[in-house]
Design a binder for this molecule. Sequence first.
Ligand code: ADP
Length: 403
Amino acid sequence: MTATATRVLVLNSGSSSVKYQLLDMADGRRLAVGLVERIGEENSRLAHTPLATGGGKRETEGAIADHETALKAVAAELSADGLGLDSPQLAAIGHRVVHGGLRFTEPTVIDAAVLKEIERLVPVAPLHNPANITGIRTAQALRPDLPQVAVFDTAFHSTMPEYAARYAIDVETADAHRVRRYGFHGTSHAYVSRRTAALLGKDPSEVNVIVLHLGNGASASAVAGGRCVDTSMGLTPLEGLVMGTRSGDIDPAVTFHLKRVAGMSADEIDELLNKKSGLLGLCGDNDMREIRRRIDEGDERAALAFDIYIHRLKKYIGAYYAVLGRVDAVVFTAGVGENAAPVREAAVAGLEELGLAVDAGLNAVRSDEPRLISPEYARVAVAVVPTDEELEIARQTYALVSA
Ligand code: ADP
């Protein structure tokens, strides 16, 4: 890496998409952002915005057969703006990798052994790790000389104590199959909890925070002095809160009941709980905007779905309050948490005895900035902190390669 190499390309490779951002870590500026969607279909789409040049969004449609073709197309778009992968200013490529298992608790420079280990984790992250691996291999082929860094969604949660990370099942069976609670969205929980401490004017080591990451996927975490002590997702991102299309917590007996009584296969139950449940399963919509609109029109199914969502959220706030003992802040983030004032208001309603309250005026303000929404008198701060997983991946990647 040359002294002037301060840029990091962040790649988030999903099964049929690649999201990317090019950032300059000298000042944290975003130089380009984009997305390739529907990879493998006839109508793939690449949307690229070269922020550095002030150029507008460029969109191209047409079949993009695989991730390799997608990344080559992204590289060509970046080159067209003088931001190509061959630039000497590029310090590294940072990859979001969903599952790091027990082995990866820190951002890690990827070599053949690391890649092999990420592959070994495919059985516990069948939907995610294969796409991440494809992204890494393709980027390696394009720039074999450049450091490629894996930043794991599970890493921030690796500090969970054993009593929070283990399920109460037979230890030998659990260990033989790596069944335990890993947690996800860790990059977001790390970024948001740290940013919340800054908002309070404190060092992360001084504060206890409950982070509520409410996007289409949703998870809560309890962070004590900057370290995660519990989180709501488990072996997979299915456990915990009610999500857009995932059930979150259910009695595990529901699965064998459905198998025995409804004759459903494991794959069908997997699909039901991951893709056809949560808000979507409850009311037919998974977008909180649409659900609020329907509630305003008097739709009872939407209202019940909202109440179930809030009830679960409130239970986790209470549980993590008890886990932490003392709470300095409850913070909302991601699509729903950052934008849906009614969700924030309802989640905290009735918790005044715990020192929690939301100021209606502050809660109604729309902003992209981290902000407090609790009244002055409240003992516990309630905050909204927009998450920025790409910036955090770039920060961790750059810290590793520039050390
Ligand atoms: P993910 O990264 O998990 O796909 P996001 O964090 O982008 O999700 O959140 C997406 C969700 O945010 C949408 O499904 C929608 O429910 C919600 N959302 C976005 N904007 C608003 C808004 N203005 N009001 C309420 N909900 C919103």
